[in-house]
Design a protein around this ligand. Structure first.
Ligand SMILES: [Ca+2]
Ligand SMILES: [Ca+2]
Ligand SMILES: [Ca+2]
Length: 620
């Protein structure tokens, strides 16, 4: 007993005698005109026990302060009253520390925070793998040794400047929104935890945040990111930023020193492993106990799972998202691993975003082939749990699997219709983000049976069906690549000295250029025909390997006919169903298939193997 008392006394005298030390203030600044009142600061440091935050000027009002048991984190309320750099004092029993904290004028809104819609064509960029515009950040002083282009799981040097340099390429292709994988600061040394039985790797992909307010130094800094957003906006391209609210990287400082005991679900030593039992989340037939390993488990047994039911953490994440939007001017958010955090958190998070940035849109990742599961997570409707998540869109993974099976592998194209028949389950299927590939699956061209011709056909389908199409960088050229990380190869020509520059027509093979030109042409057709963006989708005819559907609005119809089979084939279509009349002449927007004349309300379309036609009324 006496020994314990002595130890406690020693600790008290040690800590009581030391002045507070501050190592980090989050958020690092705020703005006038946002609705969060008060802002909750999270101040990291040492010797904070017994401290409180005091404002030394009238620009901010300080409120309640609370320090964690270890004396390493101070939570404090501040109400912002005036823009300017303010001085705040952390007053402790044995001394004080001062911090500067800036309140900026309300964020400028013109041309920013614009959201997304079916008018868009999205392009996914993995910042490390697209283009190296600044060799100076390839192997930064603070994180030396993580750069090696020969190693597929190391940094390769791609950065924000590289993206800025290639905005004209994206503009020319017809892109209107770029989605960037996360740009949070990731760990500055090798990651030994991700693959315990294999050599260590670098977190070049951005999904292992160690600082939710930091920018990864391999990509640039916040100023350069803002420059990228501004330059994109000047080119008429919007920016979607990837965010991760479910977990941190394994080396986040919170893991060994959590701000509160329930900040994570468990600890590095003792936690549940992610079980992927996502079906338990969509029905009242599963007990909370059964959902626990899915909602609270650590991904791959190593990614620390954040506890969004802890009100302080929920508040931290919401402020963090508002900070990124205001600080950078981005237009939309892609939220990682949507299924694995509580839906009531997403409801509060999306509501906070819409309150201050009503046009900003969110697309969530629900990686599953079952439309009954994926649709459950799109917002716009309260479900059995009483929660409307408010998440505007989800990725159309169910259709992705059907697209790969039909168009890449040559299986019956009927599969597409079987998936689309489930559109009624979605609160808004027209708002789904559709795609042929992304960074977590092998490339289209690596599928057994895939050819350039088949990829052209898949793009024709993608750009004419309902939804918001997305292209994974390099797919417009048929870039190859197997499973992660092979599907994240460097864009050829993005690096000085690359043998081939495929950003230029002269660097492409004939097949690559034909595919690129096809995608660009589809983007142009989609812009010229609003029905392809907003029209209702009507399935007109189907055989095992042929498909005909229309996009129809009040003023036009575009009928896509696809032959996915390996021999020439024909399909009869009910033209009257899309308001074509007898005697009407239809022409193929690709200019390949012959013109058709409607007779007795019908047309018969003959197509070469693996080809498509886009028919619309021949103009007067
Ligand atoms: Ca670089
Ligand atoms: Ca870093
Ligand atoms: Ca979770």
């Amino acid at each position: 007993m006496i020994r314990i008392a002595r130890v406690v006394l020693a600790l008290v005298s040690c800590c009581a005698s030391a002045a507070p030390v501050v190592t980090k203030v989050e958020p690092p600044n705020w703005w006038m005109g946002l609705s969060v009142k008060p802002v909750r600061l999270l101040i990291r440091g040492a010797n904070l026990t017994g401290s409180r935050l005091v404002s030394l000027d009238r620009g901010v009002l300080t409120g309640r302060s609370q320090v964690n048991a270890a004396g390493t984190y101070l939570f404090a309320d501040v109400t912002v009253l005036k823009a300017g750099v303010h001085t705040l004092r952390i007053a402790g029993p044995s001394g004080a520390a001062k911090i500067s904290w800036e309140v900026l004028p309300p964020p400028a809104r013109t041309g920013r925070f614009q959201g997304f819609s079916p008018d868009d064509l999205i392009y996914l960029i993995m910042p490390d793998r697209f283009a190296d515009g600044d060799a100076a950040n390839d192997d930064p002083v603070v994180s030396k040794g993580l750069f090696d282009r020969e190693k597929p799981r190391y940094y390769h040097g791609g950065d924000f400047q590289g993206i800025i340099d290639h905005l004209p390429y994206l503009k020319d292709l017809g892109i209107t929104t770029i989605w960037l994988n996360p740009v949070y600061d990731n760990v500055n040394h090798l990651n030994y935890k991700e693959q315990p039985d294999a050599p260590p790797v670098a977190d070049y992909h951005g999904y292992g945040a160690v600082d939710f307010y930091g920018v990864e130094e391999h990509f640039g800094d916040l100023k350069k990111f803002r420059q990228l957003v501004d330059a994109a906006h000047t080119s008429g391209i919007k920016v979607m930023l990837d965010m991760v609210a479910n977990h941190t990287g394994p080396y986040h400082p919170w893991v060994t020193d959590p701000p509160l005991p329930d900040w994570f679900h468990g600890t590095a030593e003792k936690h549940l492993k992610e079980s992927w039992q996502t079906w338990t989340l969509i029905s009242p037939k599963f007990s909370p106990e059964l959902q626990r390993s899915t909602l609270n488990g650590w991904f791959a047994d190593i990614l620390p799972d954040l506890n969004q039911d802890e009100p302080e953490l929920s508040r931290y994440l919401i402020q963090n998202t508002l900070w990124w939007i205001a600080a950078s001017g981005i237009d939309s958010i892609r939220q990682d691993t949507l299924l694995y955090a509580p839906r009531r958190f997403w409801r509060d998070w999306t509501a906070a975003i819409k309150r201050d940035f009503p046009r900003v849109r969110v697309v969530g990742e629900a990686f599953d082939a079952d439309p009954a599961l994926v649709s459950f997570f799109q917002g716009g409707k309260a479900r059995f749990d009483g929660v409307d998540s408010g998440v505007d869109s989800v990725f159309d993974f169910p259709q992705y699997f059907a697209i790969r099976s039909a168009f890449a592998r040559g299986n019956p194209v009927e599969e597409i219709g079987k998936v689309l028949a489930h559109d009624y389950l979605y609160p808004d299927a027209s708002n789904l983000v559709t795609f042929l590939g992304l960074h977590d699956v092998e490339r289209f061209m690596n599928e057994k049976g895939a050819t350039y011709n088949r990829m052209q056909l898949a793009f024709t389908y993608l750009m004419t069906t309902r939804g918001i199409p997305m292209i994974y960088y390099g797919d417009e050229l048929g870039l190859a690549g197997g499973q992660d990380p092979d599907n994240r190869r460097d864009f050829p020509g993005g690096w000085p000295g690359d043998a081939k520059n495929k950003f230029e027509a002269s660097g492409r093979t004939g097949d690559e250029h034909t595919l690129f030109a096809h995608v660009r042409r589809l983007a142009d057709i989609r812009q010229r025909f609003p029905a392809l963006r907003h029209g209702a989708l009507i399935q007109l005819a189907a055989s095992p390997q042929m498909l005909a559907y229309a996009r129809l609005d009040s003023s036009q119809a575009v009928v896509t006919v696809i032959n996915n089979g390996s021999r020439a084939d024909s399909l009869e279509i009910d033209a009257a169903a899309v308001h074509f009349h007898d005697g009407d002449q239809l022409r193929d927007l690709f200019g390949v298939a012959p013109n058709l004349i409607v007779a007795k309300g019908r047309v018969t379309v003959k197509l070469e193997p693996v080809s498509a036609a886009l028919y619309t009324l021949l103009g007067p």
